[in-house]
Design a protein around this ligand. Structure first.
Ligand SMILES: Nc1ncnc2c1ncn2[C@@H]1O[C@H](COP(=O)(O)OP(=O)(O)OP(=O)(O)O)[C@@H](O)[C@H]1O
Length: 270
């Protein structure tokens, strides 16, 4: 995919060999009372490669969350299509996991029982799946907290529990809406490395919304910069840093250049 690719036609995601998801001229118009309407999305087209990580950046209120909700099947597009693994999305799918800005844990359930909840509603709690939940908690540094309650955890720890809950059932697609927005900078950086580690181990494809240019660059294979509303893709930026990524890269000249490029696409830098 070219860095300057515009969204009029579907465009390949960075370096991917297999297409996992295809978004073809996705548009959304919200009808409001009294013949009013909000044009939220217009002709958003690109593909997400299997196991790839795409960050969505854009001005506030441009339509990023709406796009993510359409991909998740939680909202219907006014026109255009979302195809995942060759199948049209027309409702929520059991293989898609969502992580929101707030952890949204159930305070009356222990950490382990929060993580197991998606399996419980599928009737899939087995000895092996409990083991997997414990392994995930271990991976995110929460070993020993399985029987604690959410109110006993910090915000960062709660967000890590939410991530485990999203990953416990082998989701193929992880959709995240500003998942680390409520965390302080250091915790956010920790979560970045954790997410990349999980992606490496599980091969999950990831799409996430962020307001942070540096977060988008640090995590993504490709950053998709949305225009002002109605949002369309203003620019794709392929991030040519190898994985695993290291914090030192945040201070490299090339990283600053990517920040400038994203800033220009957002209209906030020259
Ligand atoms: N259910 C709805 N009904 C009517 N308008 C809506 C609805 N959901 C979103 N909108 C409008 O669509 C536009 C895009 O909203 P959206 O939440 O997708 O933007 P966003 O880019 O995620 O915003 P932010 O970055 O501030 O979180 C906004 O003008 C919003 O008011």
């Amino acid at each position: 995919m070219s860095k300057d690719a515009l969204s009029a036609t579907p465009t390949e995601a960075a370096g991917s060999n297999t297409v996992f998801a295809r978004f073809d001229r996705v548009g959304k118009i919200f009808k409001l009372p009294g013949d009013r309407q909000i044009d939220a999305l217009e002709d958003v087209s690109f593909t997400l490669g299997r196991g790839k990580l795409v960050g969505l950046l854009g001005p506030s209120g441009c339509g990023k969350t709406t796009f993510l909700r359409i991909v998740a099947g939680l909202e219907t597009a006014t026109y255009g299509t979302v195809t995942i693994e060759g199948k049209l999305v027309n409702g929520p799918h059991p293989n898609f996991a969502f992580v929101f800005q707030q952890a949204n844990l159930m305070n009356w359930r222990t950490v382990l029982k929060n993580v197991l909840f998606p399996l419980e509603i599928r009737g899939e709690v087995t000895r092996a799946s409990i083991e997997r939940a414990r392994d995930l908690l271990n991976l995110v540094g929460l070993h020993g907290f399985e029987d604690r309650y959410p109110s006993e955890l910090s915000g960062g720890m709660q967000q890590r529990v939410a991530l485990c809950r999203a990953l416990v059932y082998d989701a193929k697609l992880l959709l995240m809406d500003e998942p680390f927005g409520a965390l302080d900078e250091l915790k956010r950086m920790e979560m970045h490395d954790l997410l990349l580690d999980i992606r490496l181990r599980t091969g999950v494809s990831v799409m996430f919304v962020t307001h942070s240019i540096s977060e988008a660059i640090y995590l993504s294979d490709t950053v998709a910069v949305f225009s002002k509303r109605p949002a369309t893709i203003a620019r794709f930026i392929d991030i040519d840093f190898p994985y695993p990524r290291e914090n030192a890269m945040r201070y490299e000249m090339k990283f600053t250049e990517y920040e400038h490029e994203a800033g220009r696409a957002l209209g906030i830098a020259r």
